[in-house]
Design a protein around this ligand. Sequence first.
Ligand code: NCD
Length: 316
Amino acid sequence: MKHLLSTRDLSREEAITILDVAEDMAEVADREVRKLPALRGRTVVNLFFEDSTRTRISFEAAAKRLSADVINFSAKGSSVSKGESLKDTAQTLAAIGADAVVIRHGSSGAPRVLADSGWIDAPVINAGDGTHEHPTQALLDAFTMRRRLHGAGSRGRDLDGVTVTIVGDILHSRVARSNAWLLTALGASVTFVAPATLLPIGIENWPVTVLYDLDRALAQRPDVVMMLRIQGERMHAAYFPSAREYSRLWGLDDARLAMLAADTMVMHPGPMNRGLEISAGAADSPRSTVLEQVANGVSIRMAVLYLTLSGEGGKQ
Ligand code: NCD
C-alpha cells in the first residue's frame, strides 16, 4: 500500500489485511512495554490544517508506539497562516526528510493533490479532507464492529450480513462517506437516516438505503447505530428549524436508546454534541463504543503506518 487516501478503492481483501494487522498491533497495547521497533529512524509528519483532538493524538501515539519520530505541524501558528501554499509546505517537509505525511485539510481532495504532486515522495495518509473521506476512521469503526461481534483476535473475518444505520449530518460527513464504501466492501448493509436537507445530492447512486424516519429505522433493529455530529462549523444556512426540533426527530435520546436491543452497538466518531444528536445516557451506556473506537483508532493507525512505510500490503 503506497498511500491511504480513500476507502473507495480498498478491496475486501485489502481492508481485511489492515484489520488483521491492527489485531497484531492491539496485542502490543496489552504488553508492559507498548512499543515496537518497526519504524525506528523514520519520521512521520502530522500535517493538520484543520482542528482535531482524537485523530491527531491517535496518529501521534501510533507512530510513537512504532518507534518513529513524530513532527506535529498545525496550520495555526505556522507559515500557512502567512499564506504559504501546500506546495511550499510539502517541499519543506521533503527537505526535512519526512518519511510519511498524515494530512488533515479543509479542502476535499487535498491529500490526493499531495500524493500525486511529486512535491514529496512519501506515503500520504488522509486524516480527513473537507467533506470527502476519513479512511482511518471508517477502518477503526469496522475494526470496533468486528471485535464486538466476533471478539478480539478474530482475524480474516469480514462484516457479512451486519446491518449499520448511520444517522444525522451525512451531508458534511467524511466519516459517513468512508464508512459507506468500506462497510459495504466488507459485506455489511448500510442505511442512512437524515432529514432531506442533510443528505448529499446524488445519494441514490451510493451503495446505501436511505430512510427519513429514525424511529422506523430503529424498529428494523440494526446491529449498529452510528450517530454523527452536527457540523455547525460547515453550516452556512439553516438545515433544520432548531436544535430542539433536531434532537426530538433525529437524536438518539434515552427513550430511543431503551428501544434498542441490549447488544446494539451505539457508535459516534466524536466529538459529540451531548444533548443534540446523542443524549448523555446513550453516550455513556454499555452499548456505546465511543471509547473503544478511540482505543482501536491507535491500533488501526499503527497498522496503516506500518503497511505504508514498510511497503507491504501490495497495491499501488
Ligand atoms: C470526525 C471528523 O473530523 O471528520 N471526527 C473524528 O475524526 N474523530 C467527525 C466530526 O468531526 O464530527
